[in-house]
Design a protein around this ligand. Sequence first.
Ligand code: ATP
Length: 496
Amino acid sequence: MVAMKDLVAFCKRKGFIFPSSDIYGGLNGFFDYGPLGTELKRNVKNLWWKNMVQDREDIVGLDSAVILHPNVWRASGHVDGFSDPMVDCKVTKARYRADQVFYAPISVSGKLLGYICVTDGEERDADIAKKTKALLKARNCSQEKPDEIHLKPLTEAKPEEFALIPSPATDKPGDLTPPREFNLMFQTQVGAVASEAGIAYLRPETAQGIFINFKNVVDSTRVKLPFGIAQIGKAFRNEITPRNFTFRSREFEQMEIEYFLPADETLWPNLHQKWIEERYQWHLSIGLRKEWLSFDVHEKKDLAHYAKACTDIMFRYPFGVQELEGIAVRGNFDLTQHQSCSGKPLEYFDETLKTKYLPYVIEPSVGVDRTVLALLVSAYDEDEVNGEKRVVLRLKPKLAPIKAAVFPLVKNKPELVEKARGLFSRLQKRWYTAYDETGAVGRRYRRMDEIGTPWCVTVDFDSLDNDTYTLRDRDTMQQTRLSEAELTAFFEKQLQ
Ligand code: ATP
């Protein structure tokens, strides 16, 4: 698997993802997608939209505002409860999410020597080993073997333990502040006069925009339960410790579905399983590696008070196995809250049962950026061609930023260039195509392999005689001779 530092450098070098505000030193937790990243991200969103909305009869789309009435966030519980526990290192001023900092008592033959404390991430295991070794040395126990180490998140530390746990930055006990709650919503001001009444929030999820439009959608379309409302859009969270590249950022995009169903306890378990399977298959279909996908079924005790069940689809990123998508059964908590706080009836009239009720909802919610990152991790590969290292991005053709590249064999033969330009402009009308005439053909192939272009088409002297071209495949590197009609039929078939 590619190391994060190599992937981050690759993304910048090739124009997939840049740190945001790069020339000003970047802004932590924000990213800009470059020319190729923009295409890749757009392809992910378009495919999700096609598969989840347009290919189905039971889901409709929505595009709600980023800033909603502040009462939306009071009703949903975000104003009071959308927070993470935060701790600070008093000495270095480093700030951490308490559930992402881990501590462990270190003992030898049952005798406590002290505590170690590490942050989550790629370096965690190496840090544990280093800090344990240092503690043993400090206690003159370098020759001893420590007892088994049991790591726990800082949120589970008892108050009496807390004073003994060192800061992960200084390794000195007492340097950490006790955990306190930090609300993740970004505040802004609506209107010209700054006042309490004008405080609004950038949405921390797209889902609430769907709930508050539930009645509008029911009244304006012919949807019948079970049905879903889907939305793709930006979400903002003032994450305490944005990290792991785009995985945890402060501005990101979500693709969310609220799938409403009758409020009947016997119906949701089956539908929930169906959604889990459907979304898992979707992730496989876009090319995420099967061996790196897994499930995390939340235990009842870990669920939010209103939730009936939740399963996360997990992906093995280079920094560990982490949530890619959450598929939660939320009962009718959100609609109930919005009905009671707005005073507007939001009930659905069930024509079969001749009764009104607030439906239950299943919420498959996935991050666009986490999907793009998982795709890059899955697709990034290095191999060797004729003794030369080759970076190849094995993206599925339908997701590849550029579908095909056209090359004239050499650039100093006008008839070749003219024929290649003609083919390029015809292909470009249908698929995002590149034209490249600089350097040896081998180099041009490498450049396209690196950015995931599945096919290169070379126009050579035979093309002038018989109107056929060499199609070279990124993965097999095999070359076939095809006419233009055969080429386009091939692309059509592969990209459908
Ligand atoms: P986590 O536990 O990793 O913070 P979460 O459970 O808070 O995630 P949800 O509120 O369920 O996440 O959001 C749904 C999806 O939105 C997540 O599965 C993830 O793909 C994406 N997402 C959430 N927070 C971020 C973030 N800070 N940066 C990028 N994507 C995010």
